[in-house]
Write a protein that binds this ligand. Sequence first.
Ligand SMILES: Cc1cc2nc3c(=O)[nH]c(=O)nc-3n(C[C@H](O)[C@H](O)[C@H](O)COP(=O)(O)OP(=O)(O)OC[C@H]3O[C@@H](n4cnc5c(N)ncnc54)[C@H](O)[C@@H]3O)c2cc1C
Length: 345
Amino acid sequence: MDHASHAFGLAVPSGIISTTGVAGLTLGGGHGYLSRKYGLTIDNLLEVDMVLADGRLVTASEDENADLFWAVRGGGGNFGVVTSFLFQAHPVDTIYGGPIIWPIDQADEILRWYRDFIVDAPEDLYGWFGFHRVPTGSPLPEKLHGHHGCAITWCYTGPMDKAEEVFKPIRELGTPVLDMAGPMPFPALQNMFDQLYYPPRLQWYWKADFVKELGDEAIELHKEYGSNLPTELCTMHLYPINGAVHEVGRNDTAFSFRDVTWSRVIVGVSEDPADAERVSQWAKAYWQALHPLSEGGGYVNFMMEEGQDRIQATYRDNYQRLVDVKTKYDPNNLFHVNQNIKPTG
Ligand SMILES: Cc1cc2nc3c(=O)[nH]c(=O)nc-3n(C[C@H](O)[C@H](O)[C@H](O)COP(=O)(O)OP(=O)(O)OC[C@H]3O[C@@H](n4cnc5c(N)ncnc54)[C@H](O)[C@@H]3O)c2cc1C
């Protein structure tokens, strides 16, 4: 989608790795580099074609099967198989972006600055924060390989002649070990981390939360866990949920948690199946420490099988309406391999 739309100087908001499937990403909500400016992927969805549980092919939009259209914008694959998506694209061509990486001992300063900055930053500017270890063998300088660090990966879509000025205060922060931010075609940023996280053989364990405030206690805990990533691919990301995402009401689509600041994901990842236990234990412990300081629900696209309580906590007052739509369109729960909304009756 990035490739096809870029040829016309256009883009649709999606995730930060270009190989992520468009269907699952969209149906769960979809956040990424363009979300502060243009909203979630579902905020740019105009219409879907779907095959329902009874075999009917229907279209859903604001004007047709509006209840279904409301539900598929955040309610996941619970309601049918989507065979076509119609999106609103936006003029996005060359952007100014990329990661700026600081050593881990500066994480405290960077995180404190970031938590205040991103709340009121111009909507042209998106930046997600991450803890990481630079992977051995990556194209990044060898002296960094294996070392812990923290990074903010930026995407500025405002006027290019203003970009250096926008990045001036950012570049005065701490002493970065690497600054890769600069002008590039939007798909180049979308592709930047594909090779790192694409290999299908990777072991993954996710734990998610929505976060409104990042207090000093939370920062201390982040520093502790973020400085001890068990493998080079383990990470924690804070993705902004603000700017244009806040312009849509929490009941206007099934995606409820719009009144927060971040979607947080803690990801235990390893190439070695023998690490599965180690990375999942780390992710669970990190999440358990931070969860009480979060808003209660998590992004459905970052959740494992975590039970009905967690699903209800994620949809809050949208849950009953989702149950009603599910009961109408899939009363026998044919579509249940998902964060399942159970029909009644
Ligand atoms: C490396 C990586 C990076 C990511 N980064 C982001 C990010 O930046 N932003 C973000 O928002 N998310 C991100 N995600 C999460 C992503 O949104 C989910 O993994 C999503 O489920 C991927 O979509 P998929 O089509 O591959 O879904 P699948 O894994 O195939 O399926 C997920 C769910 O969607 C259902 N589904 C899939 N296709 C359809 C369809 N056509 N009709 C109906 N139901 C369907 C499935 O039944 C299942 O329940 C990332 C994931 C990965 C692995």
